[in-house]
Design a protein around this ligand. Sequence first.
Ligand code: GLY
Length: 573
Amino acid sequence: MSAAELSHAQGLRPVHAHKAMVVSIHPQASQVGAAILRQGGNAVDAAVATGFALAVVHPAAGNIGGGGFMLLRKANGEVHFLDFREKAPKSATRDMYLDAQGNVIPNASLIGYKAIGVPGSVAGLVYAEQHWGKLPLRAVMTPAIKLAREGVRLTYQEAHSLRYEENPTTHLEEERVFLGDARRIFQRNGKFYEPGEIFRQPELARTLERIAANPKANEFYKGAMARELAAEIKRGGGLITAEDLAEYEVKERRPIRGTYRGYEIISAPPPSSGGITLVETLNILEGYNLGKMGNRSADSMHVTVEAFRRAFFDRAELLGDSDFTQIPVAQLIDKKYADAWRESLDMMRATDSKDVHRPSGFGELDRPASLHPPFTGRESNNTTHYSVVDPQGNAVAVTTTLNDSFGAAVTAGKLGFVLNDEMDDFTSKPGVPNGYGLIQGEANAIAPGKRPLSAMAPTIVLKDGKLFMVLGSPGGPRIISTVANILMGVIDYGLDIQQAVNAPRFHHQWQPDQIYVEKNGISPDTIKLLQARGHKIKTESYWSDGECIAVDPKIGELLGAPDGRNGGKAVGY
Ligand code: GLY
């Protein structure tokens, strides 16, 4: 029996394994990845298998109708970052979600076929498998096909997510509204699935089989499936055509690299804001002795929040798809820029977000703000992350999303999978606050072929040049603060990786000007001290799951840290 199988109930201590580890939100997805590793697959084989399995067992966010990012660090030190983010269709326009009066049409970028971006997940997973995997595509897709055909026994979380969703404004749970085939597939036309029932998806099984059968013919993007998908989207009033699908391409990008207290950070570049905002935050925090201030003390939370405030301010105004907008990456992650930010930080007083002014003298960052006026956007938190390390020491971090839970709440007809509403990650209209109040800049306006700004931050941390942590989380903008908090938990506060994942979360995103704190976590005394410094605090009970792995630097053992918040599972051996 393996060390991981012998370890105690998951949740309080990391799951130990000698050779390999897969951590994801769903037990069966993690098991699929670990089984592929045991069959001789490498970390990419396991990640691709886990990704397709998540599309079956966790259809709220796991997907083939969405997009995502994969960060691979091979044991030999080679690093690849794969962007398979969705793209706006060719006929997308800047004002496509506004009515004749210029007002945002409610839900137009959220629900239904007009909200869909050209999906990238199938292209991304297939590209990764063909370039870096060892096994045939069919071998890594077979477990997902089997799960779809034979069915999965629904966990409490999955049955619940098929039935309910959280209203983003009231934060109350409401019964989900699915349309057409999505209602038939996921809710049996209103006869809701119960925990423990078997959930079968024969149409999805056939779709996955078709993708697996002939990867060279590129069934999803150029074959008969592409034509069926385009026809279905057209029937639903969407914009994506067979040409949009045929032209979709994944991109290998250079990841963001930074350092924090001697550790190397490798994370997501644009079109994600994840890596830049993470590294900028950490650069600011490097000037403070957080360990001495104490984990979740008022002092350490204060400076962390002030660092988030400044980094998210830059994110809001400057970040978007780097294929369309010039992004001053080097300046944003320059340590001297962080030094200058620190000069504006008052240890005893919260900065009012309205009074945040970027330090001058940093080249591109000195462009007048009128060239990139901020405007609002909303980001959803229904995404999923998984981490893999194989016996050779190759590591993969994947974050993938449909944007909202179950995306646009529509399926590709009889193809049996959900389509994303990633178009909502663009900004529909300048200056109009929405339910989430997140502000974004001109750099993220809608344009044909452009990729919407993401916050996804699959991240790898090295210590002395060796693999140390594989990190990531869902959570929209909270992805960035979650990854930062977990990383600081280990590096600054001396927590083990599981304690760092479990630690109560807090988040600030510049606007709205408030600290979000996890209910049942931060002491009321600390909250009072933060309020006395001028911080506004909002407590929330729902926080998403970081699914992470660390390497014990002394003995090289793998430490899996699944997140109990949403039923994550580590499987290792
Ligand atoms: N849709 C969530 C993200 O990309 O950040």
